[in-house]
Each structure stands twice: as structure tokens, then as C-alpha cells.
Design a binder for this molecule. Structure first.
Ligand SMILES: O=C(O)CCC(=O)C(=O)O
Ligand SMILES: [Fe+2]
Length: 374
């Protein structure tokens, strides 16, 4: 599908999609497993496969072994790999879901390349650069090696206070850009040649998804409580597949191709019914225990899915321009093998032992091809 020139980066999502985002953002974690509207690929049953998903293909184990072997720099025995199934959605054309695409060692190496290597490259901007002067680590060191006392001075001290390195890595760092440096304020890529996309990550992604040439990526970092509001990624010139790879804690991912309907406002019930005299609102100390109101209706062109570490979502075809967002990151769900990353295990009073950082994080790598020419 050629890109529709009417797609605008600044438009907001239809009301129904924003209502869903709000509902799932507020849904207490303990109610997620009993909410049948949330597609969980770990409990895929034949009914789900018949009604919304269809099996499309399997990625060959030989391809996976070769691509992972090259990425890890060591031979990968085919017999150690699990088959990767690709599912398509019947009513979101071009959406493909690949549960458990990346094995743990590949996830771990990808994390290290992104956060220990690429974050230290001054060409890769982050949200922190918008308001702070960033003190870089020495060559061959990473931000996780910065001394405890490191501060990030604000560009405008009247507006922002200096930030400590713990604040930055625990909370403030929300994204880094690779390759073409997307400008989030102008919502466009700057003119001029893009920054070189990291070759090993390009080979990993291109090896599995040969129809795309990775030219730009956003590496999002989330903690439980963080959300990504509903948006469309419409700034790329090419209508090639967008590949989204997740590592760490689980998340809810919302995607919709539903059109805005004029009577939408009237047809969607309010997400939080007003309390009645018989049913007074509980005190805030009990918040979260109360059963949630029923979810807003989901039409067949809308999907809310629980994404796990190692899963990939491909947004191609019509779904390339779909509204999507991340209403929730689910704490305490990082795979045990990754929880200790970056395994710094230090015994140095001036430095921080970041071991366990990943237990509280979700990292999403969102890869795009910017130009049609490749
Ligand atoms: O974190 C995710 O799963 C989605 C990220 C996303 O949509 C984006 O970076 O544009
Ligand atoms: Fe996106």
C-alpha cells in the first residue's frame, strides 16, 4: 500500500482507541489474566486462531541458526532452537506476530549492544539530551560505568534541576535513536545523511526480515507505570514493514485500524461508571482490589495483546499506519535469565552496581526503513 499523504503525525487517535488505552492503563495488573479481551500468545487456543489470528508460516531453523550465530559470534546448533511461528491477524491486514522470536542469549547480547555500546555513541540522541548536557563515559566504558557522583547539568537551570546518574538510568531515560535521528518535537527526520545504523543489529534484523533495510530505530526503555500514548509512525517515506522487538518485562500493546465514527462518542460507554449510593467508592488504600469496570468494546479491527520478552510484532501493509500504543508495562515479569543484566557485580565504592537493572525494565527496539530506494 503506498503511503497515504493525508497521514499526519500530529493528529490524535480516534476516541474509541484513546478510551481503550485509558482503560488498559488503569486496569490493575492482577486482572490482566482474567480479561479475555487481552490476547495472550502463551495461551493461544484454537478458538483465537480461528477467530482473529491465523498461522502464516514458520521461520526456518537454519536461517535462525545462521543469523543468531553471526550476531552472537559463535556457532548456534539448530537442535537448540525452537521453531518460530508467524501469525497474521485477520482484520489487521499486514500485522504479523512472532512469539518468542529471539532466544535469551540473543536478547541479552542485543541489550548489551544497545545499552552498553550504542548509548555511549554521541551520535545517538536520547530524550535526556533535550534538556540536559550529557556527561559521557570514557571510551570503552558505558553509562553503567559512570561514577556514582556523576550529574547531568540542565541546559536551562531555571527550568530543570541537575539529574544524578541513578535518576537518569532508573527513570528519566525513555528513548535513544539509532540511524536516522528522529526529531520528536518536529515529528520528522532531519535532512542530510542519516547516522550509520549499527551493522550487527542491521544484520540481525535484515537476516530475519529480508524485506526491510533497517535505517532508523527507536530504542524505548520503560519501567512499570510508564506508557506510550496512541500514535501512528508516519514520518518514514517508505511503506516498508516496521519491526518491533521487545525485551524484559511484559507489556500490553494496543493496535487499531478502526476508523473514527461520528457517533463513536455516544456508542462507547464511559470507562469508569459513576459510583452509586449502594456501591460507594472504596477508600484509596483499597485501590486496585475493586473489580474493574467491564472493558470498552473491542471491534475486530482492534487488538490488545500481551507482549513478552523476545516477541516481535511486524506492522506491514495497512497495519503499517495503524494507531498503536503501550498502555501498560507489567512489573515482575522479566525472564529470570535476564533479570541480572548488566551483571556488573562491582566491588568499587565509586561506582554503582547495576546488577538487576533489567528486572524493572522493558526495552523495545522499533526499527524502520526511512527511504524507498533500498
Ligand atoms: O514499545 C512498543 O512496543 C512500541 C513502541 C512504538 O510504538 C514506537 O516506538 O513507535
Ligand atoms: Fe510506534
Amino acid at each position: 500500500m503506498p503511503k497515504d499523504v493525508a497521514l499526519e503525525a500530529h493528529v490524535t487517535a480516534p476516541r474509541s482507541v484513546r478510551d481503550l488505552q485509558k482503560y488498559y492503563q488503569k486496569l490493575p495488573t492482577e486482572f490482566i489474566p482474567s480479561t479475555p479481551q487481552i490476547l495472550d500468545l502463551h495461551v493461544l487456543n484454537s478458538q483465537i486462531i480461528d477467530s482473529s489470528l491465523k498461522f502464516a508460516e514458520t521461520i526456518s531453523l537454519e536461517t535462525l541458526a545462521e543469523v543468531y550465530g553471526q550476531f552472537l559470534g559463535q556457532d548456534v546448533d539448530v537442535s537448540t532452537l525452537e521453531a518460530v511461528n508467524v501469525y497474521e491477524h485477520r482484520f489487521l491486514p499486514g500485522l504479523r506476530i512472532l512469539p518468542s522470536l529471539l532466544p535469551i542469549p540473543v536478547q541479552e547480547t542485543l541489550l548489551s549492544k544497545l545499552l552498553l555500546r550504542d548509548l555511549s555513541n554521541k551520535e545517538h540522541l536520547t530524550n535526556v539530551h533535550l534538556h540536559y548536557n550529557v556527561p559521557y563515559p570514557d571510551a570503552d566504558e558505558s553509562f553503567f560505568d559512570l561514577p556514582k557522583s556523576t550529574t547531568f547539568p540542565p541546559k536551562d537551570p531555571d527550568v530543570h534541576k541537575p539529574l544524578g546518574v541513578v535518576d537518569v538510568l532508573e527513570k528519566k531515560l525513555r528513548w535513544m535513536t539509532l540511524g536516522g535521528q528522529y526529531d520528536w518535537t518536529a515529528k520528522e527526520y532531519p535532512d542530510g545523511p542519516p547516522v550509520q545504523f549499527p551493522k550487527d543489529i542491521r544484520d540481525l534484523v535484515h537476516g530475519i526480515f529480508p524485506t526491510i533495510e533497517p535505517e532508523a530505530a527507536i530504542c524505548n526503555t520503560y519501567s512499570p507505570g510508564d506508557t506510550l500514548s496512541t500514535h501512528r509512525d508516519v514520518s518514514e517515506e517508505a511503506d516498508k514493514d516496521l519491526i518491533s522487538i521487545s525485551i524484559g518485562c511484559d507489556a500490553l500493546f494496543l493496535i487499531s485500524l478502526s476508523p473514527e465514527s461520528p457517533d463513536e462518542q455516544a456508542s462507547i460507554p464511559p470507562t469508569t461508571p459513576a459510583p452509586t449510593p449502594q456501591q460507594p467508592r472504596r477508600q484509596s488504600k483499597n485501590k486496585g482490589k475493586e473489580p474493574p469496570p467491564p472493558p470498552p468494546p473491542l471491534d475486530e479491527h482492534t487488538l490488545i495483546i500481551r507482549i513478552r520478552s523476545g516477541d516481535a510484532v511486524v506492522m506491514g501493509g495497512q497495519s503499517r499506519w495503524a494507531w498503536h500504543g503501550v498502555p501498560k508495562v507489567i512489573g515482575d515479569t522479566c525472564p529470570e535469565e535476564l533479570t541480572q543484566w548488566p551483571n556488573s557485580n562491582r566491588d568499587d565504592d565509586n561506582k554503582i552496581d547495576w546488577t538487576g537493572w533489567m528486572r524493572r525494565k522493558r526495552v523495545n527496539l522499533n526499527i524502520r526503513q526511512m527511504y524507498e530506494t533500498n
